[in-house]
Design a protein around this ligand. Structure first.
Ligand SMILES: Cc1cc2nc3c(=O)[nH]c(=O)nc-3n(C[C@H](O)[C@H](O)[C@H](O)COP(=O)(O)O)c2cc1C
Length: 215
């Protein structure tokens, strides 16, 4: 089976958000699709270990922010690699509450308010089916695709993403000890960090050198 064939499946990039009491929480997902027109229903796949999962289960309500190509990379990294359990992710972007769910404002193309109608247990993930109860237009910008995120932003997907695949470079060991990996977003710095200036920051998520570990 050639697993690289899976790279040919297209996705968009989204932030799914929900309210944990008075606190907005959320995470990046690429698995969001419209599955029926009447009523307008979306399906999303969320890892059970994600903090956002528990909040969606509890409240039955979530917001989808459609990210654009102009969405700042640190917003994607913070929402895609950190957990709302220990970090206030909405401090890195502006957001608006639309019918009680958070919608990210920084160059977002569109927002949807979704009420959970059902779910399916898929082992590691739950697939939520939700009716769209409100929809708002955002900035008139091209939506970010999963391919754009990988190829242009050079972003990675963590193991919790349903579409995660381990990267193996041909003719190279899986990890080269002289490389350094950002512990926040997974960006790999090829070679030592010694020659980088002391104020070097991760080009993807902006954290300092101290957040890097040998790969
Ligand atoms: C490009 C990308 C795509 C992702 N897609 C999904 C997804 O479809 N479903 C999912 O559960 N997690 C996905 N993730 C992982 C979550 O965003 C990540 O586990 C996040 O840290 C969870 O945050 P939380 O604990 O605050 O919910 C993705 C991450 C990235 C960077």
């Amino acid at each position: 089976m050639d697993m690289t064939a899976l790279y040919r499946i297209s996705y968009g990039m989204y932030i799914v958000g929900a309210m944990d009491g008075q606190r907005p929480v959320g995470c990046v997902i690429n698995t969001c699709m419209q599955i029926t027109a009447e009523p307008v229903t979306l399906a999303i796949s969320v890892n059970k270990d994600n903090y956002t999962h528990a909040v969606i289960e509890k409240t039955g309500l979530f917001g989808i922010s459609v990210l654009s190509e102009q969405t700042p990379a640190p917003v994607v990294s913070v929402f895609g690699f950190r957990s709302s359990k220990e970090y206030d992710k909405y401090s890195v972007c502006s957001h608006e509450l639309v019918q009680g769910v958070p919608i990210v404002q920084d160059n977002t193309c569109a927002g949807f308010v979704c009420r959970v109608k059902g779910s399916h247990d898929m082992g590691t993930h739950t697939v939520f089916f939700a009716e769209v109860v409100d929809a708002v237009q955002g900035k008139d910008l091209p939506p970010m695709t999963y391919e754009y995120y990988h190829k242009v932003i050079k972003g990675k997907a963590p193991a919790k993403a349903p579409t995660y695949q381990k990267e193996v470079k041909e003719n190279q060991p899986v990890s080269t000890p002289s490389n350094y990996v950002c512990t926040v977003c997974g960006y790999v710095h090829e070679g030592s960090l010694e020659n980088e200036p002391s104020d070097y920051v991760c080009p993807v998520c902006g954290v300092p050198k101290s957040k890097f570990r040998p790969a």
